[in-house]
Write a protein that binds this ligand. Sequence first.
Ligand SMILES: [Ca+2]
Length: 322
Amino acid sequence: MAACMCGAKPVNVIFDTDMGNDVDDALALVMLYAFRESGECNLKGILINKDNPYAPVYTDIIAKYYGADSVPMGMVEDGVTKDPGLFVEKISEEKNADGSYKYARNMDPQTKLPSAVKLARKIMSESEDGGLVYISVGFSTNLAAIFRSGPDELSPLNGLELFKKKVKYVSLMAGNFSRPVLDDPYSVAPEFNVGCDKPSAKFVYETCPVPMVFNGFEIGLLAEFPNRVVAEELPNENPLVESFRLYTNGSDRPTWDLISVLYVFRPGMFGLSENGLITSSDSGHTFYKADSDGNRRFLKTPDKETAEKIKAELVRLCTYKK
Ligand SMILES: [Ca+2]
């Protein structure tokens, strides 16, 4: 695989995650490290949109384990989901018998990180035009704040102008675009990433100045990440192993966030809807309307055979040997 990528330019990525609300964010991040290793990805920054101080600490632990802790991180301001969830605090606080931390890290919950907006503006101001792909696998809190940001010492452009100039497209996990839900959006509860920060989602889907590719709730359900692979194929000292156990209690887990990463690097594995408009309501439900002038699309539900291929590729990437 690496050989056929020779000469191809790596994709410059900003990764925006609610790390800690589900274990798929951690697996999605490991995929980015796999693509970094194969020369396909240049991970420019990680933005945290879960507003708990252990979210960045845990992210740093994963980064350090994979030797990628030089990637800068930015933190959400006034974000949602302030609870630690099931694993980020536990993994961060776990100690050895001698009192040292079980998992190495460069920071603690008191470490002051730049705001996600500042870091995003810095990365964008240093990027070539159209040179970035933005992957969003949590809430739209940071995106909304970036869009609303004004000119600063980093760029005379406001957030929307800067984003339009520097970002090629957004790949995001959000909403639900299965056939029955497209026909009756109110038949299901709002998807988590939309429902937790409804005003930001609504604003971002309406105003995002570049194309957006939505990966709906229905896709990740079709390719569950096998618990067996994590338990048996990853070394025990990998923090993912314990995280997966704490979160899933031994079950397989849908690959929601992993799909949005995979699309960026393996677009040929997915079918896309026609261009259209995607909006969300005050209630957090998502709507699609075909429109040749629109630049929002969603991933089509893959058939069973394709879903198996997607799953195999996700497993291969998440078990790469660093
Ligand atoms: Ca997530």
